[in-house]
Design a protein around this ligand. Structure first.
Ligand code: PNW
Length: 490
């Protein structure tokens, strides 16, 4: 994610990222990557018994698994438009069919049950509920999610529902998208519809998935839908999203005060590249913008200090009284964790943050070329615990490895087992150090549509043959099923 967060993103930088690497460009100094694979993680593995009531789960998202992109009255989303535009997604793949979970959700819930899962994080597709993002609800869309929630409950799996995992109705993007302040009211209206329909069976809610990723990658870097390239629009979008988060929180609580409401935030532990004060301060600014830009306004009523100078309130369209709208006592913080960031001070950074950040390559790399470095997960979770003190749910963590069925139909993905084992050991240490963590959701249940990467990355514990839609539980899934039963990491 280095250059996704850095200020001076160029095409050359892009080729240096995981995406560039996955696209087949050789970007590492000769031998470096392979050297990395031989190095042991910094802290050795520690066994851990997780608390009795700890929830083991998996996460997915509507556009990445459902398919049925134009069925039962569903409208076009920005990801339909993006993936139907040739040149945007690797291999010109789309989510038109994806894992076909719209038709196969029962089979998928049965797999979760077989894996002994106790929590399922899924998302609702906004244009399935309101084709153009406003007006009355589409009953068939609501019914689908009711059926999903009911099958989960029947399997004794707790549903946790994300209201927005990036599939904005295209009509709302045409009206200006997230930089348009009116979107906050549209989003609250939609959230109320969904919470009224599902609130009797779904108690746990994530308002947004990764607000940093969809505002920056979508509106500034242009590599996710809606593929815009404007930092000012992106900064405006972040403010509208903060307002929408506060207002949706109150709307959900007004429907049922017992609902447990949070958001799933993308986070990367931001580590100073050297011990210089300048780099340490830069790492704190990177943390402010990348990790807590959407938490601090909700819990503290102000933006954290992420810029060298003043926060660009005018560009962001902040009006007097707005911070009151953003404020919301979230019930829990969802953390999506994949990798750490190294940070250098760069006073010339064009976005005014004075930050240059980049991926470390000291640990082994996943097939997406993301570094494996479990210690950073421990440090990040503990830091968030110390800064905000709220209950934490790990709403996503996982890795892309391309292992496929062997001649016996078995998928021996030992590297994923080692990845999860390492990150859970780090999480166990964070819990032992005092962090209040109550759930872990593996990303993902199924191999699925990995955004601009199409189907070229596989994050599932379950292999999906996208031609036949056949699902095969990988070795990691069998391993995770045992862990989910005992809570004992050995
Ligand atoms: C998350 N990065 O996105 C999303 O919530 C999932 O939908 C996605 O499939 C999963 O992580 C795996 O990528 C991210 O650049 C997108 O580091 C990009 C980054 C991280 C997470």
């Amino acid at each position: 994610m280095n250059h996704f967060r850095s200020s001076s993103f160029t095409r050359r930088d892009f080729l240096g990222t995981a995406l560039g690497a996955a696209a087949g460009f050789s970007v590492y100094p000769s031998g470096h990557r392979f050297l990395g694979e031989l190095l042991a993680p910094a802290t050795p593995f520690t066994p851990f018994q997780f608390p009795k009531d700890f929830l083991w789960g998996s996460a997915t998202a509507s556009y990445q698994i459902e398919g049925a992109w134009n069925e039962d009255g569903k409208g076009e989303s920005i990801w339909d438009r993006f993936s139907h535009t040739v040149g945007k997604v690797k291999g010109a793949y789309t989510g038109d069919v994806a894992c076909d979970s719209y038709h196969r959700y029962k089979e998928d819930v049965a797999i979760m049950k077989q894996l002994n899962l106790q929590s399922c994080r899924f998302s609702v597709s906004w244009p399935r509920i309101q084709a153009n993002g406003s007006g009355p609800a589409i009953q068939k869309g609501l019914d689908y999610y009711k059926r999903v929630a009911d099958s989960l409950l029947e399997a004794k799996i707790r549903p946790i529902c994300t209201l927005y995992h990036w599939d904005l109705p295209q009509a709302l993007e045409d009206a200006g998208g997230w930089p348009n302040r009116d979107l906050a009211a549209r989003f609250v209206d939609y959230s109320q519809i969904v919470a009224k329909a599902l609130g009797d069976r779904v108690q746990h809610w994530c308002i947004f998935n990764e607000p940093w990723v969809f505002t920056f990658l979508g509106y500034s870097w242009g590599i996710h839908a809606p593929a815009r390239n404007s930092l000012p629009d992106c900064m405006r979008a972040t403010h509208v999203v903060n307002i929408a988060q506060g207002q949706a929180f109150r709307a959900l609580k007004a429907i049922n005060s017992k609902l447990q409401v949070g958001t799933a935030f993308s986070m990367a532990n931001c580590e100073p590249a050297t011990s210089s004060d300048a780099d340490k301060q830069a790492a704190d600014r990177a943390h402010a913008l990348g990790n807590v830009w959407f938490i601090h306004p909700a819990l503290k009523g102000e933006y954290p200090k992420a810029f060298l100078g003043e926060t660009p309130f005018e560009t962001m369209g902040v009006k007097s009284g707005d911070m009151e709208l953003c404020k919301a006592p979230l019930d829990f913080l969802g953390i999506n964790y994949y990798r750490r960031q190294l940070v250098n001070a760069d006073p010339k950074a064009s976005d005014g943050t004075g930050v240059h950040n980049y991926d470390a390559h000291e640990g082994p790399l996943t097939d997406f070329a993301w570094e494996v470095w479990p210690d950073s997960f421990h440090d990040l979770v503990l830091r968030i615990h110390k800064e905000y003190g709220l209950p934490i749910e790990i709403t996503e963590n996982g890795a892309s490895y391309l292992d496929a069925p062997d001649e016996h139909g078995r998928v021996p993905d030992q590297r994923r087992i080692e990845f999860v084992r390492g990150y859970l050991s780090a999480l166990g240490r964070a819990i032992a150090d005092g962090a209040n963590v109550r759930a872990y959701h593996h990303w993902s249940l199924l191999d699925n549509f990995e955004w601009a990467e199409g189907y070229s990355q596989r994050f599932g514990m379950v292999y999906v043959d996208f031609r036949s839609q056949k699902r095969t539980i990988k070795d990691s899934g069998k391993w995770y099923a045992e862990l989910a039963k005992s809570g004992k990491l050995t």
